[in-house]
Design a protein around this ligand. Structure first.
Ligand code: 5GP
Ligand code: MN
Length: 325
């Protein structure tokens, strides 16, 4: 890690007493893992820490130590805000209200699309997870990594890499895994809890969504409507993983899953086949992500959003083909 950044972050944390840690709306395993991991590290330094996320912790990550301490609103007063795994300010949601806007904001993230919205921005797109960056910070600052911290951070690495199967997995990621296992985290247990276990209702809902799959110009896409979720009683925050499961389908150059959220917004989840990039289309639609896995959140009714997104993804993929040829 850049020594100047390390010193700057260390200084901000050094003087702050009350620290607000925020992760992104619709949190995934890296969001919750890096939030809980850094929270626990900072508490061990004597800091008063609030862990916040606008949406509740998904069922899959409630096994993580400290997951019951995450709040959905932050009303106290703070000296410092740290954003984790948030590629832009909107991803922090309404947790960071207007009256916190004047506070120093440390932005720690691994998305290549990060908008550098903090007063200090530590963005490392070579890290497979924000949790990997939190481990780097702890090690560089000489903070002991307890078993509890290791479990949370390993959860971030396991989920963002789908158990080390994504194309960005490298030696640095695997070395981080070894250190987290040495610190007491169990890789099989985390993989089972975070990736394997799911309610039957989610598979029933997948079946409905698979029924509606369409393959058009190499884009494999489907939708999960409010009515479909209600039919199986699936909460929006507990329903995930469908885009990942579809991403290996040979005929697909890209996968897009549209999910109607309770608030009327439409969550768009995109995946690209190796060598292709969906982050470009996501950014054009106001979202972000990684080359192989990206997303955005849009207003509008489902058919409108589908048309707009599929056109943008199609356009972006054909530009990439033209560029490559
Ligand atoms: P997923 O499809 O698993 O929800 O998200 C894939 C990737 O895209 C993640 O890195 C996630 O942070 C990013 N992403 C998903 N939705 C949005 C969004 O609405 N805005 C931004 N900026 N990034 C998103
Ligand atoms: Mn992440």
């Amino acid at each position: 890690m850049d020594p100047n950044l390390r010193e700057a972050i260390s200084a901000e944390i050094g003087w702050a007493c009350r620290i607000l840690l925020v992760t992104h709306v619709g949190p995934d395993g890296d969001a919750i893992g890096s939030l809980l991991g850094l929270g626990s590290l900072l508490r061990a330094r004597g800091k008063e820490v609030t862990l916040a996320c606008e949406d509740p912790v998904p069922e899959s990550y409630r096994f993580l130590p400290g997951s019951d301490q995450v709040v959905q609103e932050a009303s106290g007063s703070y000296d410092l805000v740290i954003g984790l795994d948030c590629s832009d300010r909107q991803r922090m949601g309404d947790v960071v209200s207007e009256n916190l806007a004047a506070l120093p904001l440390v932005n720690i993230d691994h998305h290549v699309t990060n908008g550098r919205f903090g007063t200090i921005n530590w963005v490392d797109a070579s890290a497979v997870a924000t949790a990997q960056m939190v481990l780097t910070l702890a090690e560089e600052l000489g903070w002991p990594v307890t078993r509890q911290v290791a479990i949370c951070l390993l959860n971030g690495l396991v989920t963002d890499t789908r158990s080390f199967r994504t194309s960005n997995v490298d030696m640095a990621a695997m070395r981080a895994v070894l250190r987290l296992i040495e610190a007491g985290a169990s890789l099989p247990e985390i993989a089972r809890q975070a990736l394997e276990q799911r309610p039957l209702a989610s598979v029933r809902l997948w079946a409905d969504a698979v029924d509606r799959l369409r393959l058009e110009d190499g884009i494999l896409w489907t939708s999960v409507t409010l009515a479909m979720r209600q039919r199986w009683g699936m909460d929006e925050n507990d329903f995930s993983g469908l885009a990942n499961s579809l991403s290996g389908i040979r005929e697909a150059r890209a996968v897009v899953v549209f999910t109607e959220r309770d608030n009327g917004l439409i969550d768009v989840s995109m995946r690209a086949a190796p060598g292709l990039n969906v982050a470009q289309a996501a950014v054009r639609l106001g979202g972000g992500g990684h080359p192989q896995a990206a997303g955005c959140t849009l207003e509008g009714d489902l058919p409108q959003v589908q048309e707009r997104v599929l056109a943008e993804v199609g356009q972006s993929l054909s530009e990439q083909r033209a560029g490559a040829g």
